[in-house]
Design a protein around this ligand. Sequence first.
Ligand code: NAD
Length: 249
Amino acid sequence: MLLKGKVAVITGGAGLNGLGFATAKMMAAHGATVAILDLAQANPQAAADRLGPGHLGLVADVTDKASCEAAAAKVKAAKGRIDVLVNNAGITQPVKFLDITDADYDRILDVSLRGTLHASQAVLPTMVEQGSGAIVCISSVSAQRGGGILGGPHYSAAKAGVLGLARAMAREFGPNGVRVNCVTPGLIATDINKGKIPEDKRQSILDGIPLGRIGEPDDVAGVVLFLASDLSKYLTGVTVDVNGGMLIH
Ligand code: NAD
């Protein structure tokens, strides 16, 4: 029970095949009360119901600051505290550099990067007041290698921005007892890439992964749980690669 009595907020956690929901399940199994935040169409309440009684499902759009603040206020009112935030909401788009429109750029950066800002701003006052908290931001191998497998350059930029934002938060809020760390997943089988890996490319992708397989959501969830728990209590500002060795540096 690594998170017994803790309250964890996970953005973009409603997709049942996604990293956020896998993390929600693992955190709930480790004693946390989980609040899943997601867009209305993703049905966060239904996802929370699958975790069992006492968990929350809240509609929140991370691109909208007021929406994040309202969700954080609901969690605080219902559960009295917020110990963990997982900045997981993200979208991608496979497009070449010269084809990125301003609208594409805004859309992709608004969810991953501005969303990380908004959700973190919404929970940090509570964490500072408590004198404790752990924020885990989901970046991507794409930020480190200038492109993952499927995301465009604006996705790489958004995820690289998340690394910088998280490190700056770690520096600013360490004195308040709040730790901020990042996870950089490689290729993980979720809805974000389902059906998008061309069969003729599959083997060459696998050849580039020393552990010889595409990742599973639980591979990421375990690391997020570690970073959210006291097992990592002297870690802040770090980035943990979860990529099967796809990028070793
Ligand atoms: P996913 O599509 O299952 O999850 C993304 C979730 O974000 C969805 O539930 C979606 O509804 C939600 N979302 C989208 N826009 C939102 C908004 N404005 N406000 C709130 N929620 C919003 O995909 P996933 O693979 O589980 O992705 C989770 C995170 O992991 C993303 O940030 C993604 O970029 C990152 N990531 C995934 C991989 C991979 O290979 N799957 C690799 C590296 C990083």
